[in-house]
Design a binder for this molecule. Sequence first.
Ligand code: TNX
Length: 537
Amino acid sequence: LAAGCTDQSVRDTGAEKDGVSGQHASAHPLSVIPLPEDIAYEAGKPFQVTNAWRIGGHNETVTAFKRIMENSPFDFQPDTTDTPEILFQLAETGLGYEGYKLEARDGKITVEADAAAGLYYGAVTLWQILTPLNGTEVVTLTPMTITDRPRFGWRGLMLDEGRHFQGEDFVKRMLDWMSLHKFNRFQWHLVDDQGWRLEIKKYPELTAKGAWRVPAGAASRANIDPETGEPKKIGGFYTQEQIRDIVAYAAERHIMIIPEIGLPGHSQAPTAVYPQFGMFDAPRAVSADWGIFKDTYNLEDHTFAYLEDVLREVMDLFPSPYVHIGGDEVQKDLWANDPRTQELMADKGIKDVEEIQSYFTRHFDGFLNEHGRTLIGWDEILEGGDIHQSSIVMSWRGEAGGIEAAKEGHEVIMSPWPMMYLDMHQSLSTREPTGRPDRTSLVPLKRLYDYDPVPNELTPDQVALIKGAQGNIWTEHMRTNDHVMHMTFPRASAIAETVWSRRDKDFDGFVGRLPAQLARYDSLGIRYADVAFEVQA
Ligand code: TNX
């Protein structure tokens, strides 16, 4: 185990089972994931936390803590006196808005933080302390002080709902679970070639038609709807009302939702519905296949006006200061061979097709800035050159794009393939469900855990531009909620530790703390991948 996390959370039964006694006897780790910055154990009598304890202080956190504890053996009641055993309070801690201090001694636990976010994370840590492996409704604690704050401000997961729509209930559960790992950014991939998932009032066909596709193999009889005689379509979308509700739900859990509206590529669904914005003359369908397609937006003024309209509604729905515009895998062939595009390029002063991508990026960066927002894009937005300094680069084709961006002074989020790609298999087990066909790039827990988002070659100023890191859940091969859970957990625990804990965290310590975390997963209904433990590369 890592030095700071040697276990002192002594449980009575644990001590007996180990055949030893005394406060340092039982080797149950505190099992806090992500590992806190510092845990200092103190001399003094161990004490018991029981169900008779009451919670008080900062109202919002009391409510949140009660909710978090619902899946535990404890049912603490809110305090009606001035002396709750568990107290959450705002106070100057100097630990930043997400940091907190947790003190446990003399039959009392106090969590202090500068802001509500810090108190929330203190509550999450306390939930973990009170749910050790084989925990019961009585937990014995050694006096201690935990001082904690995150290493990075951007601790993200991305969910691709363009490929497979997972739905509101599942997204809310994901947000719950993310917050229990102290993640604070949810990038919502709502648009792709295979589906448009977000109601836009001005363009109702985007969801009426663009949210539905005829799945591959639809010609088989099983796929024919007996009532209409037509192939059954699959898909789904969120109404604006649902979006607002989910955004508020996330905010209560201190998670910012960043919408991703992909452009100019990955746009087969919207341009199939509104071909006047695309490059194809012949009618196209919402894609039922995976890969990279030629569909892009065109350079017509009405296309930019449409995209601005869409982004206006998007900004109205999402208070996030960031909007992700995609920008990845843009196929330039149709632009290159189209006389009308050459004409429009000449009008707009675009010299070659490579520059079309950066033209889009600059245009929408400017548009978003006018509305007080900042653009994020995948690392291809660096192609074509000359994008605004304020654009943030998400590095996915390895770290090269992120390194280049930091050297050019852009802020960066690291989410390199294959490490941070949760569609990669995690083992060679025959019990792995189908995933991205590439089995040569396994991402077992250890490989992911050992990834560090700060490349050695950067100067301190450039390192400061690395906002954090993100795991991406691409869902081409994940049709069901269960499948998404399998690919995401327990790997999300490893990512959480990478983005929250100190750089010198260690894998063995993490593995020691994992069993209690998996037991929590069970009580939360998270169907994690147990195959993760079959092969450790
Ligand atoms: C590349 S990552 C993509 C996605 C795919 C993913 C599959 C990125 C910006 N583009 O469209 O879903 O690979 O792993």
